[in-house]
Design a protein around this ligand. Structure first.
Ligand code: AMP
Length: 177
């Protein structure tokens, strides 16, 4: 199977080629089509097996298909640690390099100024650790009312790390559908 067989658009095919990927990994082969079709998906794969591209590629494709008049957070990825958040944000940059979509990352333990500035600039894809995201929502800097796609990355670890209440709080801010 090739990335082309999965129905990815040319800007994404160019990006995976530039990344040096020759074929989709097993989780990518199984996850990309259902996410492109707008289905809910629960995926399990070990670290290092291409899980990030498995959700990032179809998310980028879905977002690229429509351009709302105002840039709003349309995809939200929650992840437990700053390291994972940075890696996922870098993946969106790499896979989305030929698409006009903007992404930002927010996590705690650092000043919020640059994160607030990024949000105010307008983002399509937000990668976030739950605690900082709730802080920013509470201050009115982040709005999840236009989210279409929601990813819980490393959901098991997020719960192990005690983020259950923060995650629930984020979910209450998402649109019903
Ligand atoms: P991840 O599991 O998402 O953290 O990805 C682990 C590593 O595999 C990253 O360095 C990716 O760049 C790389 N990778 C992801 N998908 C592929 C693929 N289809 N072929 C080769 N490498 C890949």
């Amino acid at each position: 199977m090739t990335f082309h067989d999965l129905g990815l658009i040319p800007p994404l095919l160019r990006a995976v080629e530039k990344a040096g990927y020759t074929a989709p990994s097993p989780i990518q082969q199984q996850a990309i089509r259902p996410v492109l079709a707008g289905r809910d998906l629960l995926g399990c794969a070990q670290t290092g097996t291409g899980k990030t591209a498995a959700f990032a590629l179809p998310i980028l494709q879905r977002l690229a298909a429509s351009r709302p008049a105002h840039r709003r957070v349309r995809a939200l990825v929650l992840t437990p640690t700053r390291e994972l958040a940075l890696q996922i944000d870098e993946s969106f940059a790499e896979y989305g390099r030929y698409l006009p979509l903007r992404h930002a990352v927010v996590f705690g333990g650092v000043g919020q100024g640059p994160q607030v500035a990024a949000l105010q600039h307008g983002v399509d894809i937000l990668v976030a650790c739950p605690g900082r995201l709730n802080d920013l929502i509470g201050q009115g800097f982040a709005d999840l009312g236009s989210v279409e796609i929601f990813v819980l990355d490393e959901a098991d670890r997020m719960l192990d790390m005690g983020f259950v209440n923060d995650v629930k709080k984020v979910i209450r801010r998402l649109p019903q559908k």
